[in-house]
Each structure stands twice: as structure tokens, then as C-alpha cells.
Ligand binder design. Sequence first.
Ligand code: SF4
Length: 367
Amino acid sequence: MSVECREKIVDERAGSPIAAALLAHYDAHARTLAWRISPQQRAAGVRPDPYRVWLSEVMLQQTTVAAVTAYFNAFTARWPTVEALAAAPAEDVLAAWAGLGYYARARNLIACARAVAIEHGGRFPDTEAGLRALPGIGDYTAAAVAAIAFDRPSAVVDANVERVTARLFAIETPLPAARAAIRAKVAQMLPSDRPGDFAQAMMDLGATLCTPRNPSCLLCPVAAHCAARACGIAESLPVKPPKKAKPHRTGTAWWIEQAGQVLLVQRADKGMLGAMRALPDDGWSAGRNGDAVAPIPGQWTHINAAVAHVFTHFSLELSLALYRGPQIDKVAIENLNGASWWPVERIAEAGLPTVFAKAARIAIQHR
Ligand code: SF4
């Protein structure tokens, strides 16, 4: 990019014209989302339900809108208020979360719902600082809920907003070093009225037009203000750090079945897939391979099929072994945490995390 190009464009940057153009576009083209009230509803005085805003923001972390929608609808049908969620048994919430991934979010969700119900009388704090003090609510979620639910002038910066802003201002510093500059630019653009709609408009722009590849600049409501577009570098921004190769781990899951029931355990509260129901395994983790030691002695048949699963920080190849030994009594399994027998024909209702649900499907085919 030439110096002239950058200087000319950067000099023209101003928060309010960008916000005004974006909000006008949002009024006409806002995505319809299960947790969102439309700009027209908002203009008519309808206020977002902070519970639904919070729940959606927690679910959407590192998860797509398409994946979240069904979970959001199921959660809000079953637990329509934060008090209802707070009163639910943790195992029910964890099971309902199964398949959505990043299970620490589900444990934090329960803790946060209980804090809001017990310590705040069922009302979410209406400031960024008050929200951040709740369990499991970090900077991003606090800003998003404060802006969307309470129209606080918070700078909400998710991956979509990060991309849009890096392009609008042609920020070529690689991530994550660019984050402070991006946040400052978002704060600069914030309108004094409708900051919640502004946050959602930025998210929509990133999700629909200012996409990672082939951004639709011809349709973009802020194209006239976009430095990256003017300089022909939109698709190269934001500059991402080189991807690190993920370590590859191996492990084994153990299928122990008798009388139509399979043995499930509860994983340790802390750590990967914490507190989730699961098949017994051999202790694999992000940091090490499993030890291949079966949880009980006996005959085992190793299946010639493995589950391939990719976690955020590593990939896993999970082998499967079926128990073929004699009848198991209580004593044999008393050292297994939370051991319980679950009907095989109802395994889909056990709330197994995806990696174990995949393993269960393979085991059922081979038993
Ligand atoms: Fe993104 Fe293009 Fe709009 Fe710039 S003009 S914000 S690159 S879609």
C-alpha cells in the first residue's frame, strides 16, 4: 500500500459516518436469530432478555450460529429463565450441552446462572464491570451482554468484528498484537445511541459480507470508508500468526456391556470434558497419550476402527476395545469415578461428548 493511499484514507476515518451507514444497513438487513430482537422491535420499545443474550453469547464462543441455534432453542424451552437454569441439576445441563463442545462453558454456565439467581435476585448486572464479576464471564461476554442487553457503550470485539475493523482501518499489524489497536478503533466508531445494535451490525457485516475470503465489498454499506478496500488488501487482513502444528495423541476407550447396559463413568470435574458422562478411557489428554491399561482385568477385543477427533489444541485417535470377560460385580468397578450402567438403546440420551458419542456408535456396530 502506498503512503499516499494509506494517509488519504486514514485521514477520512471517522466513527460516526461508519456507525450511521452500518446501522441503516442493519435496520434493513439484520439477520433473524433466535436470541435477537429485531431493530424494529427495539425501536418499538421491546428490550432484549439479558438471560437469552447471555446464553447465546456463551454458546456462540468458538461455535457457529448454525450449530448453536438448536441448542439455544432447546435450552430456552427447557429452562426459560435464569432461575430455572440455576435450579436444574448440573448433570442435566451438561447432558443438554453434549455435542456443543468446550465443556468448561457449560460448567461456568451453571455457576453463573446460580450466582445471578442467588446473589442478584435473578437479574443480571447491567454494567460491563458487574457482569465481569460473575463466574465464567470474561471481557468479551461482559462487553457483549452490556451492549446488546443494556445498550451500554461497550466495545464488542469478536472474530467478525476484528476482521471488519482491521479492514476498515487497514491494520496490518499481525494478530494478536493488533488487538489493542482494533479495540481502540471499535471504541472510536461506537455511536452514543444504539451501541447494542452497532455491535450486532458489526457482527452481521463480518458474518455476511466482510467474510474471510472474497468479501462482498460491492454490497458493503461502509465500502466508501474502507481503507483496505481502497488499497486492495482486504482479503489479506487481518494478518494471522502462522498456525502451529497440533500435537497428535492416541488413546483407548473401553466398552463394557452386560445385560443391555453399558458402563459409563463421570470424568473428573476439572480438565478436558470435565464432569461429563463418558466411556471409561485410558487417561489420554492434550499433554500425553493414553496408557492403554484397561480399567478392569479380563478379555478385551480391540476393534479395528478408531475415532479421529480434533480438539482445539490437539488431535486424537481413539481406539476402542470391547470387554469379553465374565460378569462384572460392583466391587470390580468401585474405583471408577461415577460408574453407572446406562441402557445401550438409550445411549443417545446419555449426553456423551462428541468424541465418546462417536466411539459408542462404532462399539455398537461391533459388539
Ligand atoms: Fe469488508 Fe469490503 Fe466492507 Fe471493507 S468494503 S468492510 S473489506 S466488505
